[in-house]
Design a protein around this ligand. Structure first.
Ligand SMILES: *Cc1c(COP(=O)(O)O)cnc(C)c1O
Length: 358
């Protein structure tokens, strides 16, 4: 049977590493997108066992799951700004902190529920989805001074280019901090001030402030090299060993043919499980199309190989990956039917598989 395994030791290493870097700054664990594929509730519970007390979600379903598994005093912040009154009511009952990025959003919360609701104000320095613009200081001041049943306990922003552009991020940080300073000087009690996601946290130690919101860093899967340990791998087994004559093919399209007598291990992991499935790159700008083409040309020269670990060795997947299977060239390797193997699959693309923490 296929299982997606997360090493508790590696998760603890990553949390420890990030905590050392964070120092006095609080860590809010982001478990959106169903816990980056690991299951929001299951992932949050593991993190709580490692001492994390603050969590961020983007779905009502995730907030419900977290409330079921976490101790009551853990804080949950909803990062998305909601418009559905029923959702707002339920989250208020569950004591989830809501995000407010406009006066209208504040009003909607007050109309949806009589309950006192804790909120974090959101500032938009370039993401352009939710949030007060840095020029809307006066509007924010009005909300701070007359917030009714809303208890403002935080203010935050989210950087669009933290993973790739330090200069833009620094300028956006300054804009955010100018606004925070303006509000504080006018007497607003803003509570927790935060701006960093994983990329900003690792690249800009001066931006840590009161708290940081970390998702991908917990999983050790960043778009640049770090000391973090990448979490998660598929555990499967060799379901069949095939001894094929020279010239025989494997997989759809017969794109691979044996150049010599070969032994293939058949592994029951394929595209329905997320193997070799990658996100569709966003190529809405011409420059991204060109970069994409350059990357494709590079791939032509040095074709990326998907590998499977078998008995401590990395073996190449050959031929097209099927929906349910892949074939691995194990010619000359001592291995048996039923032997355990491991494959690297990004949990974001993981499907149809049980996740286990061990
Ligand atoms: C997703 C998200 C994060 C976490 O991002 P990572 O890069 O995975 O750390 C932080 N803040 C907000 C608002 C997010 O949407």
């Amino acid at each position: 049977m296929n299982t997606y395994v997360i090493s508790r030791e590696d998760l603890a290493f990553n949390v420890g590493f990030l905590r050392t870097k964070a120092g006095k700054t609080d860590i809010w664990a982001v478990v959106k997108a169903n816990g980056y594929g690991l299951g929001a509730g299951a992932f949050a519970k593991e993190l709580e066992a490692l001492g994390i007390r603050n969590f961020c979600v983007t779905e009502l379903s995730e907030a419900r799951e977290l409330r079921q598994v976490l101790t009551e005093d853990c804080q949950i912040l909803m990062l998305r700004q909601l418009c559905d009154p029923a959702e707002i009511r339920e989250l208020a009952q569950e004591k989830v902190i809501l995000t407010v990025g406009s006066s209208r959003a504040a009003q909607r919360i007050c109309e949806a529920t009589e309950l006192p609701v804790r909120v974090h104000l959101k500032v938009d320095v370039g993401m352009g989805r939710y949030g007060f613009l840095p020029s809307e200081g006066e509007e924010l001041l009005r909300i701070c001074r007359d917030s009714g049943d809303l208890q403002i306990c935080g203010i935050y922003t989210h950087f669009p280019c933290a993973f790739c552009d330090d200069k833009t991020t620094k300028a956006q940080f300054e804009e955010f901090m100018d606004l925070v300073k303006y509000l504080k000087e006018a007497g607003c009690d803003l509570g927790c001030v935060h701006c960093c996601n994983s990329s900003a946290f690792l690249r800009h130690p001066t931006m840590h402030l009161d708290a940081v919101r970390l998702g991908s860093a917990l999983l050790g899967r960043m778009p640049f090299a770090t000391e973090l340990r990448p979490l998660g791998m598929v555990e499967s087994c060799i379901e069949e060993l095939r001894h094929l004559p020279k010239g025989h093919s494997t997989g759809y399209g017969s794109v691979w043919r044996a150049k010599r007598e070969s032994t293939l291990a058949i592994i029951p992991v394929g595209r329905v499980h997320g193997l070799r499935v990658v996100g569709q790159p966003d190529r809405s700008r011409a420059i991204d199309c060109i970069r994409g083409m350059v990357q494709e040309l590079r791939n032509l020269l040095k074709r990326p190989v998907t590998t499977v670990r078998i008995g401590g060795k990395s073996c190449p997947v050959v031929g097209a990956v099927g929906s349910l299977h892949c074939a691995v060239d194990v010619t000359g390797l001592d291995c048996q039917v039923g032997q355990k193997v491991t494959l690297n699959v990004n949990p974001m693309y993981l499907k149809n598989m049980e996740v286990q923490f061990r």
